[in-house]
Write a protein that binds this ligand. Sequence first.
Ligand code: SF4
Length: 236
Amino acid sequence: MFGKIHEIYSSISGEGISQGIPTVFVRFAGCSLRCGKTETKSLWCDTPYALGPNQGETKTLPAILDEIKALDKDHGFQILLTGGEPLEGENRTLSISIAESIYSFRKEHNQPYPASRVETNGSEKITMDPFFIFTMDYKLPGSGMENRMDLENFQILEKRHNSLDEIKFVVRDRIDFERSVEVIREQKIQTNILYSPVHGEVDAKELVEWIKIDNPPKSRLSLQIHKVLWGNQKGV
Ligand code: SF4
């Protein structure tokens, strides 16, 4: 088994409820969404270099597991599968195999973080598998991608009932925020909620005020700490 991987590296988790935790990142190549791109506005994706399915390097499952092990050194770093989109097309089978292998090894050796966190864009079906933890985006109107969202994923999150899963809303404007509140209410969401502002378009302090007023359940502001520490560098 093999797939297109853009990069594998270690750093700290940059956002969400796992922010700051030492993490090995496996970045898949390929994503069919194009977030934020409209007739007048440009793409806001922060990994445009990993969007094409051929922008990565072909790697086998054992080679990927070896690289993870070399970076992790059995310390039990969190494993984060990201992209691109780790659940799209052929990436999906490889993501499952990576996460299954790590899960059984860490369970057997009593290591922390047996389940791998997956950052997924909301258009691909998530699963009930215990070897995955999900950070699932819901793309709001400002992304231009809301019609690609798979609404059944909300029911799967509900059934999973995993306190480490999270849903991320990236907010471009007030219309986006109001839509997020509507989605939370309509879907009766109980999962952790992350709010992130689109850089340069929404002031994070203004977003805080909106969160304070509407107070969606289990919600928090999530800023990307790796950008504070290293700016827009890759591989950190
Ligand atoms: S889903 Fe993620 S990787 Fe794909 S275009 Fe949007 S931000 Fe970029």
